[in-house]
Design a binder for this molecule. Structure first.
Ligand code: TYD
Ligand code: MG
Length: 453
């Protein structure tokens, strides 16, 4: 009997070591190295039957390479297509990561049911009955979608050979295991090996494979970092579980831009595509409320008008509270300091609460000016005009700084019926044929006198 071969792997970065050690020398993480069984069998092939040996590749002149067969598969889901850069590229491996319960399985099942191609949805997490129940919940049925509950890659490939699907969905990569490796499912060597087999399969048959991947508590896709290097596209499904909006983002895309985002709304009957997000992120109040301001932000390259709400009140306890949702708390403190020092507002003894509506987290610095406006509006208890929005960064000296892609923000604001947009005087203004009034400001004092006279 042959001796079992083992090796040590860092669970964080996937580096292999000959013996155990406390710290990984590659990624410097402590206590991440564990022993895994690696039994090298004969050369791994994705096919189960004795296949014809694959053709050896020959070099081709780049202008002679035929790309006509590379037509992308339309998923019938506009947001998903957009994030991928226009559809699924044949033979590509797409990894979808996201927190548990965010809706990864729902999204891919919904897409599988919409696809006009023969689709095989392999689940290692739910039974066929459970998946059917989910499909009934999202009110979709399909003649082309096959469901398989299996975790062993060899069995999956056997089914694939029989069924010959056009697209394969795997939920999830962490539940798969291959016969060629002894260690348990979800371990680094299993994930690596199963992904390698799937890549071979995808590239040899030009069948795209969509993989669901779990993420660790710090937000990375569980498994070695090299998993992200191996696949063609890494998508991330994000959102606050207590809110209904979800954002699909491309972290890596070999066949498209990583700037595009897709927005969905989780409903009782599945995920609804949100094609005009600005309209729903702005609440329609009947009466004017103080403390509300609209920011013209960008998510990737997509303009998004977002409502900022602030509440400023006299602190009841000794230390004033500063609470934010969806906005960086340190940045709020900075803005409060700027307002105190440069515009003379006494906010030091006030509680300040700041909330970005819709459960969205905004990193775009262009939201700063709307934060300032919302805080001042709540502090003065004067509502801002409903038809004004803001797009500028605020600097430490109280200067109003320009932001990128101002043209797109102005156009989006106009499209949604705003009559005034406040921006930095220092923006490079393209020639725009717009009716919206562009209010240019350079300093925080100008903002205050414009808004509150
Ligand atoms: P799921 O796709 O199972 O998440 P993941 O695969 O990322 O772990 O989504 C589960 C959540 O979505 C669950 O809390 C219920 C909710 N949900 C809806 O709100 N509406 C629906 O139509 C479906 C199918 C799920
Ligand atoms: Mg799931």
């Amino acid at each position: 009997m042959s001796k079992t071969k083992t090796a040590f792997f860092c669970q964080n970065c996937g580096t292999q070591f000959a013996k155990w050690q406390g710290q990984c020398t590659a990624c410097k993480e402590w206590n991440t190295i564990t022993e895994e069984v690696i039994e090298k069998a004969e050369k791994v092939s994705w096919k189960t039957t004795n296949n014809k040996s694959t053709k050896a590749a020959t070099p081709l002149k780049i202008n002679e390479i035929d790309t006509s067969t590379e037509a992308r598969l339309n998923t019938q889901n506009h947001e998903f297509n957009r994030v991928l850069g226009g559809g699924i590229v044949p033979g590509s491996l797409i990894l979808l990561g996201g927190e548990p319960g965010i809706g990864k399985s729902t999204l891919l099942l919904q897409i599988s049911l919409q696809l006009p191609y023969k689709t095989l949805y392999v689940s290692g997490e739910e039974s066929q009955k459970q998946i059917k129940m989910r499909a009934e919940r999202i009110h979709k049925n399909s003649q082309n979608c096959y469901i398989l509950t299996e975790t062993k890659t060899q069995n999956i490939f056997r089914q694939i050979e029989e069924l010959e699907p056009d697209i394969v969905v795997i939920d999830s990569i962490q539940t798969l295991h291959t016969d060629y490796i002894e260690s348990s499912a979800g371990s680094i060597s299993q994930i690596k090996e199963c992904t390698t087999e799937l890549i071979k399969f995808a590239k040899e048959t030009a069948t795209p494979v969509l993989l669901i991947g779990h993420i660790t508590k710090d937000g990375n896709i569980a498994g070695p970092k090299i998993l992200e290097h191996m696949v063609d596209t890494v998508l991330q499904f994000e959102g606050d579980r207590n809110h209904v909006y979800r954002i699909l983002r491309a972290h890596k895309n070999r066949f498209g831009s990583t700037n595009e985002i897709g927005i969905y709304e989780m409903q009782g009957s599945g995920l609804r595509e949100v094609s005009n997000p600005s309209e729903i992120l702005i609440s329609k109040h009947e009466e004017d409320l103080s403390g509300n301001a609209i920011a013209a932000t960008l998510e990737g390259i997509r303009p998004l008008l977002i409502e900022v709400q602030a509440l400023v009140s006299t602190a009841v306890y000794g230390t004033p509270q500063r609470t934010t949702t969806g906005y960086n708390a340190k940045r709020l403190n900075m803005i409060l300091a700027v307002l105190e020092k440069r515009a003379g507002f006494r906010l030091g003894a006030k509680d300040v609460f700041l909330n970005i509506t819709g459960g969205i987290t905004v990193d775009d610095p262009a939201i700063d000016l709307a934060v300032v406006a919302a805080i001042l509006s709540s502090n003065e208890d004067i509502a801002l005009p409903k038809d004004i929005c803001f797009a500028a960064e605020v600097g430490l000296a109280g200067e109003i700084r320009p932001v990128a892609r101002i043209e797109q923000r102005i156009l989006e604001a106009e499209k949604l019926g705003f009559t005034t947009i406040m921006v930095s005087k220092y923006c490079k203004f393209p020639k725009l044929n717009t009716a919206i009034s562009i209010q240019k400001v350079a300093k925080i004092e100008e903002v205050v006198s414009f808004l509150f006279g």
